[in-house]
Design a protein around this ligand. Structure first.
Ligand code: HEC
Ligand code: HEC
Length: 396
């Protein structure tokens, strides 16, 4: 009997030692991982980006003055003090920071030449200043790269509104032959062959069981980073929150024309995001020689949406020329003037469009176009612009 008790106590002792040893080993590996990451200058942030607050579950939760305002049905009805649509938040600081590294790393493309940031450049409002963007193998995209500011609030992504989540959307550029040209298999292989990435993924997904990086973890991290791109502290916002000196007289006049029943801009570009998140057929032209773009009619299989595009947010719009899905308009004046040159004036005769009823002939005089433009420029705010990594984990 005594013997059994001793044996039992001894095995408990052994078990305790081994689990302690395991813990020590784990701690050692973690420390080693950390040291390798620090040594190489890579360490994922443990703080949320500005505009977010970390909760007890290590999730970054968005905070903004707009959270104080009511939003009937969360729809936003055009008042200045209206709540924002629901945001995609709740990612950890480490996931957001890992996403930042992935976003800027050309290793994600098939030949290491193109990153997400090639077409979504922080210094160009997360667009690229071009009508059509340059992908791998000298190929070009068929539409213009939109800004990614405030993309976390959008219910529908892409000009034709064909995608509902950031995770789904990024499979487009990652695997399209005219963008990053990769395949899921090759992307996983590339990242798994980089020790540093394996360590960074362990850090961002501490509960993961397998050593290998998984496809969904890549998508989650990049979505987390994109969700952190918040621009809601422009001169306009300060005005909306009650600082009436934030806008000049000219800018206020522009805002009033923008919101008026004559110009009707705010019916579609509804504050505070400056989009009502709908699809609208407005009849914008293509650059000379380019075929007519059917837009939302293709994914929706609905000919009434022929030439229909997602109403884009106008946040940071001064930074993202040229404008519209085709990059046809070079300036904000030109883009605004389009609305006043006659309904469907730019639509080729051979094409029948059901143009939205808010597009009409407001006959805005030139000085009002200037006022609107001045107002649009007050929507610029880059105060939360993320840091571009000094080097990429891939070494590229
Ligand atoms: C070769 C240029 C190019 C690259 C590389 C690229 N994009 Fe884009 N991106 C575009 C273009 C062009 C569109 C518009 C596509 C459309 O609407 O048909 C777009 C659209 C988007 C949108 C939709 C935004 C909106 O408001 O609807 C998101 C989000 C996005 N890209 C994220 C990414 C991410 C993440 C990566 C990297 C994995 C990436 N992009 C790589 C050119 C690029
Ligand atoms: C019926 C809805 C609707 C109304 C009204 C409207 N817009 Fe638009 N706006 C759109 C759509 C849809 C697009 C994208 C069109 C495209 O890509 O071809 C757009 C694009 C834009 C762009 C370019 C955005 C970018 O990212 O390139 C600007 C600037 C703009 N509108 C300003 C205005 C102004 C100023 C007014 C009022 C004079 C106005 N809009 C009225 C729906 C509307």
């Amino acid at each position: 009997m005594k013997k059994t008790i001793y044996l039992f106590l001894f095995s408990v002792f052994l078990f305790a030692c081994s689990s302690e040893q395991n813990e020590l080993k784990q701690e050692y590996t973690n420390k080693q991982n950390l040291e390798t990451s620090v040594e190489k200058g890579f360490l994922l942030s443990t703080n949320c980006p500005p505009g977010f607050e970390r909760n007890e579950n290590n999730q970054c939760v968005h905070r903004s003055m707009y959270n104080m305002y009511d939003s009937p049905n969360n729809a936003g009805v055009g008042g200045l003090q209206t709540g924002l649509p629901e945001i995609r938040d709740g990612f950890s600081p480490q996931q957001i920071d890992l996403g930042r590294y992935l976003f800027f790393d050309p290793a994600l493309s098939k030949d290491g030449s193109v990153s997400c940031a090639s077409c979504h450049q922080p210094n160009k409002g997360f667009a690229d200043g071009k009508a059509f963007s340059d992908g791998v193998d000298g190929l070009k995209t068929t539409r213009s790269a939109p800004s990614l500011w405030n993309v976390a609030f959008l219910k529908r992504l892409k000009w034709d509104a064909s995608t509902a989540s950031l995770e789904e959307q990024m499979k487009g550029p990652l695997y399209a032959e005219n963008e990053m040209g990769n395949t899921p298999e090759n992307l996983l292989k590339t990242l798994n062959d980089i020790d540093l990435y394996q360590k960074l993924f362990q850090e961002a997904f501490p509960k993961k069981k397998e050593e290998n990086i998984l496809e969904n973890e890549i998508y989650t991290a990049i979505a987390a980073f994109q969700s952190s791109l918040i621009s809601l502290n422009s001169k306009y916002d300060q005005y909306a929150h009650g600082n009436h000196d934030a806008l000049s007289e000219q800018e206020i006049k522009g805002m009033n024309v923008f919101r008026s029943f004559v110009a009707r801009c705010a019916e579609c570009h509804t504050p505070p995001l400056f989009t009502n998140q709908q699809i609208a057929v407005i009849g914008t032209p293509e650059p000379a020689g380019n075929p007519f773009d059917k837009g939302a009619a293709i994914p929706r299989k609905d000919s009434s949406l022929n030439g229909g595009f997602k109403v884009p947010s106008l946040r940071n719009i001064a930074l993202t020329a040229p404008y519209n899905h085709s990059g046809k308009f070079a300036t904000l004046e030109e883009t605004t003037r389009f609305y006043t040159q006659g309904r469907a004036h730019a639509v080729p005769d051979s094409i029948n469009l059901i143009v939205h009823w808010h597009i009409w002939e407001p006959e805005l005089p030139e000085y009002e176009i200037e006022q609107i433009t001045a107002f649009l420029k007050t929507l610029t705010d880059e105060s939360f612009k993320p840091k571009v990594p000094e080097k990429n984990p891939s070494g590229l």
